[in-house]
Design a protein around this ligand. Structure first.
Ligand code: NDP
Ligand code: OXD
Length: 312
């Protein structure tokens, strides 16, 4: 069995080592621009080059493409030029707990007013601030999937009122759930801290614009950990400057790395991290892919298949 390993950043050596230890019977190969790709049974990719996808489309032996991450937008943007084989994303693979840690840190920072204490300390000020009543600090999670659900559970653990929004209706004990565009408005109106864990699709691109962000409770907070293009960035700046949004914690951006002149860098109410809220755990990811390859080889179904029509 031959497996292609490819990453846009070129770092495949550590992946090849994990595959060698977990699937010693499989041969792994790489690919560079201008090379002719040897016939492969499976491809394991992240940010593939268009020329590589062209070659993969011509391979009759290829059985499936696996992604080294959870988001599929960077692959699905190639549309009809993608090979007609199953596309399989990573399941949780150690990312759920990281998302819960990241979001819990950001929510608690705002709820316990640590952001304000950080500012005070810089000026040598000692002023205990009144505690915010928890019942006024509702957390609305957009996207109740593999990464959204661990966040919901963490928020419930801390006793915050939790709302959830998804495409299809869900029933989650202790969570006020909403589904579909018709119920977006009541979800947003009930939310003080908005956590975005939606995939980037044609339906979610620019969804969080001035109109929708403006429906959040006054003094709201935004935590975006999925994809930057879901937010209309200039609208977010406008709402932060007006005070309607009190602060934002952003891990993902329309253009990454966030360009040096971007106004977000100079806005003290915006906290920036470089797309690290949930990192791919390589060993866990390779184990998961190896199990799925074994299932496919035995004619068994696999989970985490990407629906090309829905876009996630
Ligand atoms: P899932 O596919 O498991 O869940 C997606 C959720 O979004 C589902 O609940 C789905 O609804 C909901 N959804 C999708 N489209 C819509 C819509 N149009 N309206 C309302 N709800 C919608 O994805 P994950 O939880 O695994 O991951 C979410 C995203 O997180 C990824 O797509 C990726 O972009 C991002 N990510 C970011 C990382 C980082 O480090 N910053 C790391 C990993 C992922 P339903 O349940 O009804 O289908
Ligand atoms: C992912 C990511 O989707 O890193 O896995 O954003």
């Amino acid at each position: 069995m031959r497996i292609l390993l490819y990453r846009g950043d070129g770092v495949i050596e550590p992946w090849a080592r994990e595959f060698a230890s977990i699937m010693p019977h499989a041969e792994t190969v790489g690919w560079k621009e201008g090379e002719v790709l040897a016939p492969c049974d499976y491809a394991v990719l992240w940010n593939p080059a268009p020329a590589l996808l062209e070659q993969l489309s011509l391979q009759s032996q290829l059985k499936a493409i696996f992604l080294m991450g959870a988001g599929v937008d960077a692959l699905l943007k190639f549309g009809a030029s993608l090979p007609e084989v199953p596309l399989v994303r990573l399941g949780d693979a150690g990312m759920g707990v990281q998302m819960a840690e990241y979001v819990a840190h950001a929510v608690l920072r705002y709820f316990r007013r640590f952001d304000e204490y950080e500012q005070q300390a810089r000026h040598g000020a000692w002023h205990p601030l009144p505690q915010i009543p928890k019942e006024e600090f509702s957390v609305g999670v957009m996207g109740l999937g593999r990464l959204g659900m661990p966040v919901v559970e963490a928020m419930r653990h801390f006793g915050f009122p939790v709302l959830g929004w998804s495409r299809t209706p869900k029933s989650i004990p202790g969570v006020e759930t909403y589904a579909g565009m018709d119920q977006l408005e009541p979800f947003l109106r009930g939310t003080r801290v908005l956590v975005c864990l939606l995939p980037l699709t044609s339906e979610t691109a620019n969804l969080l614009d001035r109109h929708n962000l403006g429906k959040l409770k006054p003094g709201a907070y935004l935590i975006n950990v999925s994809r930057g293009a879901i937010i209309a960035e200039p609208d977010l700046m406008t709402l932060i400057r007006s005070g309607h949004i009190a602060g934002a914690t952003l891990d993902v951006f329309r253009h990454e790395p966030l360009p040096a002149p971007h106004p977000f860098w100079n806005e003290p109410r915006i906290s920036i991290t470089p797309h690290i809220s949930a990192l791919t755990m390589r060993l866990e990811a390779v184990r998961q892919i190896a199990d799925k390859i074994a299932a496919l080889e035995n004619g068994q179904p696999v989970g985490d298949l990407v629906d090309r029509t829905l876009g996630y």
